[in-house]
Design a protein around this ligand. Structure first.
Ligand code: PEP
Ligand code: MG
Length: 325
C-alpha cells in the first residue's frame, strides 16, 4: 500500500474529476533533510521559523535569518514559501530570551502577541524576511492572530520595516502577501472579516483543536478531550472555508490534520484546495486525491457535518479513506 502511494509522490495532485489540489510541505529549517522533500510539492505551506531561534545559542541576527530564508526560497525555485513569523511561548522557549513566567503559557503572550510586545525582535525577523523576498515567492504569515487588531498591528509592523529598507536603499519585493493563521476560535469566527483584509490564511488545526476543545495539546490526561473530529471542528472549518472562498482568497490547512487522509477527504469536500503537511504524509495524500472526485469529497464532508460525535465522524471518514487508499 505504501509502495503504491510512492507512485503518486512526484506528480501534481489532481482529483479524479480534474481539480488541482496544492500539496505543500511543512518545514522547520533549511537543513538538507528539511529541503529533501521539496522536489515533489507545490511549495512550502508552513516554515516554522522558531526552530532557527530554538537551535541557536543566541538570538539569530538579521543576516543569519536572511541567509536561511533566502536558501529556502532558492531551493523552491519560484514556488511559494509561506514564512510563519516567530511562534514562541506556549511550550516553546528560548534560553536567551528571558520572559515573565506565566501560569497558563498557552493562553499567554505567545507567538504574534510576543512579537508585538517585543518590537525589536519582530523588526529583525521582518527585515530579514523582506530582504529575502527578492529571491522567490515569499508570503508572510502571522501565528495566533485573534482579532483584526492583531492582523492590522502585524501589517503595520511590516510596512514600517519596508519603509526602513526603502530609506536604506535595500531591495525587497513590494508584493509580499500577508496572511493569518486561523488557530484561535475567535479568529475562525471572524473569518469573513479577516478574509477581507488578509491576502490568505492557513488553518492551524493543532492549536485550533486545542483551543476549541479546551484541551492542552501536550497533556496526556487531556488527550480524550482533544477531539480533532469533534463536530465543532467541521462546523468551524466549513465557515472559514466559506468566508475565504467568498473573498477569492487562498485558504490552506497546515496542522497535522491536513496530512491525515481521513480528515483531508472532508477538508477537500469543504472546499480546501491547499493542504500543507510533513514529508511523510505527501505520498498518501496525493494517492487519495488521485482517486477522489469532488462530489465524493463533498459527500464525506456532509456526512462528517451530520454526525453528532467525534467517534462517529472519525469512524465514517476513516472507512471512507480506507476504501480509497
Ligand atoms: C497548528 O497549530 O496547527 C500549527 C500548524 O502550528 P504549530 O503546530 O506549530 O503550533
Ligand atoms: Mg499553532
Amino acid at each position: 500500500q505504501a509502495q503504491a502511494a510512492q507512485r503518486y509522490r512526484s506528480a501534481p495532485a489532481v482529483t479524479r474529476d480534474g481539480v488541482r489540489i496544492h500539496v505543500d510541505l511543512n518545514i522547520g529549517g533549511v537543513t538538507a533533510q528539511a529541503l529533501d522533500g521539496l522536489d515533489c510539492v507545490d511549495g512550502v505551506g508552513l516554515f516554522r521559523t522558531e526552530f532557527l531561534y530554538m537551535q541557536s545559542q543566541t538570538l539569530p541576527d538579521e543576516d543569519t535569518q536572511f541567509t536561511s530564508y533566502r536558501a529556502a526560497l532558492e531551493a523552491l525555485d519560484g514556488r511559494p514559501l509561506v514564512l510563519r513569523t516567530l511562534d514562541i511561548g506556549g511550550d516553546k522557549q528560548l534560553p536567551y530570551l528571558e520572559l515573565p513566567r506565566e501560569d497558563n503559557p498557552f493562553l499567554g503572550r505567545r507567538a504574534l502577541r510576543l512579537c508585538l510586545a517585543e518590537p525589536e525582535l519582530f523588526r529583525i525577523q521582518l527585515r530579514a524576511a523582506l530582504r529575502a523576498s527578492v529571491f522567490g515567492q515569499l508570503r508572510i504569515m502571522f501565528p495566533m492572530v485573534g482579532s483584526l487588531d492583531d492582523f492590522r498591528a502585524a501589517k503595520a509592523t511590516v510596512v514600517k520595516a519596508q519603509e526602513e529598507l526603502e530609506r536604506e536603499g535595500i531591495p525587497f519585493r513590494r508584493d509580499v502577501a500577508l496572511g493569518v493563521m486561523i488557530e484561535i476560535p475567535a479568529a475562525a469566527m471572524i473569518a469573513d472579516l479577516l478574509a477581507r483584509e488578509a491576502d490568505f490564511a492557513s488553518i492551524g488545526t493543532n492549536d485550533l483543536c486545542q483551543y476549541l476543545n479546551a484541551a492542552d495539546r501536550l497533556e496526556p490526561g487531556a488527550a480524550p478531550y482533544y477531539q480533532s473530529y469533534h463536530p465543532a471542528m467541521f462546523r468551524l472549518i466549513r465557515d472559514v472555508a466559506v468566508a475565504f472562498t467568498a473573498q477569492g482568497k487562498d485558504l490552506c490547512v497546515c496542522g497535522e490534520l491536513g496530512g491525515d487522509c481521513a480528515f483531508a477527504s472532508a477538508l477537500i469536500g469543504l472546499g480546501l484546495r491547499h493542504l500543507s503537511m510533513s514529508a511523510s504524509a505527501v505520498a498518501g495524500i496525493k494517492q487519495l486525491v488521485a482517486v477522489l472526485t469532488i462530489p465524493e469529497a463533498q459527500e464525506a464532508a456532509r456526512q462528517a457535518l451530520s454526525t453528532s460525535t467525534a467517534a462517529q465522524a472519525e469512524e465514517y471518514l476513516r472507512a471512507f479513506a480506507a476504501r480509497r487508499t
